[in-house]
Design a protein. Structure first.
Length: 188
């Protein structure tokens, strides 16, 4: 095979090659196979100076949705405020019919293929406190917003990591109101 066309089935896979030198004459006429397991990085056998993007083949239909548990309304880009006492669910999916919403039975839920972290972005409504990345105990899990702002401060605050500032809801009564929910994610 001298060429290969990427298809939807290649999503999430790394591009690699195997070259087996073969001649029509000689003994032996088949040499030792050369394996390049990931041509996107030098450590995988490729080059960091080529134009092959690092990582696996990108799913061009990948979308993210955030729901209140038990509902189907995507809160991303909406105006619904974060509510105390609610559980939020993140879903990464392949939007196969390209309609911009998750359709069970049509779209593929690919959440299990990704690591994700919750982020409260923007600022709090009361004091304008900047948001940040949520405590790591919620990584790859539903985000449970406690019933009180004090419990939210205790349970959600966490250190800076993954290029995001620390979440530091202060002790003065400021809370989660005003922030927007989103996630950062990467393929496993």
């Amino acid at each position: 095979m001298t060429s290969y066309t990427l298809t939807d089935d290649d999503r999430g896979r790394y591009i690699g090659i195997e070259i087996t030198p073969t001649t029509q004459t000689g003994t032996p006429n088949v040499g030792t196979a050369l394996h390049l397991y990931d041509i996107s990085t030098a450590s995988g056998g490729g080059s960091d100076s080529d134009n092959v993007a690092p990582g696996p083949v990108v799913n061009q239909n990948l979308k993210v949705a955030i729901f209140v548990d038990g509902t189907s309304i995507n809160l991303i880009n909406g105006s619904t405020p974060i509510e105390l006492g609610k559980t939020y669910v993140a879903k990464l999916y392949s939007d196969e019919n390209k309609n911009g919403k998750f359709d069970a039975g049509t779209d593929a839920d690919v959440t299990a293929n990704y690591d994700f972290r919750w982020v409260l972005s923007g600022s709090s409504q009361q004091l304008g406190t900047s948001g940040g990345i949520v405590n790591s105990s919620f990584d790859n899990n539903n985000l449970v917003i406690p019933a009180t702002n004090e419990d939210a401060r205790t349970n959600l605050n966490g250190p800076a990591r993954d290029g995001k500032e620390a979440l530091t809801i202060p002790t003065n009564g400021d809370g989660v109101q005003g922030y927007k929910l989103h996630i950062i994610y990467k393929h496993k």
